[in-house]
Ligand binder design. Structure first.
Ligand SMILES: [Zn+2]
Length: 533
């Protein structure tokens, strides 16, 4: 029996709105994330990417008199005439100041965006303790600020800060703030779970009530402090919200915002159109990771490297028979692909599929399948995670299938490490057999692994000049049995890249130098084998 996995299978079209406007705030709320600080050119690159993808609203930042970078971004982006609506963001006027004299409101007008999003207070606690003004004056602030922007010809979206907390304190006051905003001319009213502490049923109830009370489209802005930002955003849409505020990869203040990828992915699966192609989401995630210098999360729903990777033998076998057995949706819908890893949990089906991916046709009953499985299980039992060490895994296949020509072999090595002044120096010597000839080279490095790498390059470069293209990008050591203290076994993983592809080699030993050297040799052998040497 097969499970249908079409995109709109679960759609409840009777309740969901047919179309939702996606409002991205990566450049403002996302930029408030710890360890993210976008330059003007990075912001422009992200804005262009979002616009090309079909995002309707792109919030660009918070223009104000003191922030030259923000103002410069708006000056440049408005010249580009992007498809997306670029939005400037700001707060209602200060208490007891005329809107026309409020410098922040004036900066919003000067940013020259057609649409301005204005955030205002809904919470009695905040009005009294943070703004330190009266409840009436807060309502005046909302009304005056929106009227001022409308008078200058701006369209206004109103963000009701802390709305869900505010409704618990004083529901009438919370609703009076958004009624004032709507009457003053805000075209959409967005209810914000600013502390990320609301639950989906609370979101549903209040979005539904606001949609009934106001004659305006309602939006939802959810933070992830309780891990519910995506669920809350979806609950908002199911209850009638027609705008979702999100950031790419969920970056943002504290635990972040609702994630564009998860929200758009789920809405499309539910049959709600967003104007964004799900096939473009993987590229978006990777692009923003690259720009913000963040690591991609391999377990990210829909688009992560492991999102459709099957490890257990039972799963791999099932997927080989019918992919929907262990996949909720076709990976291609998200520009992703299925992967079967070979690990100690793998079965014969995984080995056959992995061999096929490497270009070897192998029958399930071939005795070499057992030999490969045996080698994999032995190495994994020692502590190597082969599903991430693709170079070492491929070499197991190549050796067992007798497809490795043997570009070179390590004969012996020696390392001298000595204290030198305040630091230390390492000299390593390696003896290799390169295509039948013995080559011995030494190198000095800032540490023994670096010295080994340099010696290996020296010894191989005349026979294999192409190794100049590969470089070592990361080196990781993990202790496998910490209770053995300094006698513990360590696993070394080394990542390489040649600019076009990446690969990882791994080895285990009680001697860190021995493990490092074996992982180094695997990394080079894999590269040479793959280039046909
Ligand atoms: Zn926020």
């Amino acid at each position: 029996m097969s499970h249908p996995v079409s995109v709109s299978r679960n759609a409840d079209k009777t309740r969901n709105p047919p179309f939702v406007r996606v409002y991205d705030t990566t450049l403002r709320d996302g930029n408030q994330s710890v360890a993210v600080s976008l330059t003007v050119s990075q912001k422009l690159r992200i804005a262009r990417y979002l616009s090309t993808l079909g995002v309707q609203y792109v919030e660009g930042g918070w223009p104000n008199p003191g922030n030259l970078a923000e103002n410069e971004f708006f000056r440049q982006v408005t010249k580009e005439r992007l498809q997306a609506n670029i939005i400037s963001f700001g707060m209602t006027r200060r208490p007891a100041v005329d809107a026309a004299n409020d410098l922040n409101l004036r900066s919003l007008v000067e940013s020259e965006t057609q649409i301005v999003t204005l955030v205002g207070k809904s919470s009695v606690f905040h009005v009294k303790n943070v703004l330190q003004t009266s409840l009436g004056e807060n309502l005046n602030m909302i009304r005056d600020s929106i009227s001022f922007l409308r008078k200058h010809g701006r369209r206004v979206i109103y963000d009701a800060e802390h709305f869900f907390d505010a409704a618990k304190e004083d529901v009438d006051y919370a609703f009076s703030t958004i009624e004032v905003a709507a009457n003053a001319g805000a075209e959409e009213v967005v209810l914000c779970d600013t502390r990320g502490s609301a639950y989906p049923y609370e979101i549903s109830r209040l979005i539904e009530a606001a949609a009934k009370k106001l004659d305006k489209p309602i939006g939802i802005h959810a933070h992830n402090d309780r891990g519910l930002a995506t669920a809350n955003t979806l609950a908002g849409v199911m209850a009638g919200a027609s705008q979702v505020q999100v950031t790419v990869n969920g970056i943002g203040e504290r635990c972040g915002n609702a994630d564009l990828v998860e929200v758009v992915g789920n809405l499309e699966l539910l049959g709600v159109r967003t104007g964004i192609s799900t096939a473009g989401l993987r590229g978006l995630t990777r692009f923003v990771c690259e720009v913000t210098n963040a690591r991609e999360n391999p377990q990210k729903p829909f688009v992560g490297a492991y999102a459709f990777t099957h490890k257990a033998g039972l799963h791999s076998d099932g997927v080989a028979k019918a992919s929907e057995a262990y996949e909720h949706v076709d990976p291609a819908v998200f520009g992703n692909q299925r992967d079967i890893t070979v690990s100690a949990q793998a079965g014969r089906a995984s080995v056959v599929q992995a061999a096929r991916k490497l270009g070897f046709d192998l029958d399930r009953n071939d005795p070499r399948v057992s030999a490969i499985l045996g080698a994999v299980k032995k190495l994994e039992a020692q502590g190597v995670a082969l599903e991430v060490a693709n170079a070492t895994l491929s070499l197991i296949f190549a050796r067992k299938l007798r497809k490795l020509k043997g570009s070179f072999r390590l004969v012996s090595w020696k390392a001298d490490i000595a204290k030198r002044g305040k630091g230390s120096a390492a000299r390593c010597t390696m003896k290799l057999s390169v295509r039948g000839h013995t080559v011995e080279k030494s190198s000095v490095g800032n540490g023994p692994v670096n010295a080994f790498d340099l010696a290996l390059r020296k010894a191989l470069s005349s026979e294999f000049p192409e190794i100049s293209k590969m470089k070592l990008t990361a080196y990781r050591v993990r202790e496998l049995d910490p209770e053995s203290a300094t006698a513990a076994k360590v696993a070394v993983h080394i990542d390489y890249s040649n600019g076009q592809s990446d690969w990882t080699a791994a080895a285990v030993s009680t001697n860190i130098l021995d493990a490092s050297l074996r992982a180094l040799v695997d990394g080079y052998q894999f590269f040479l084998w793959r280039t046909g040497r």
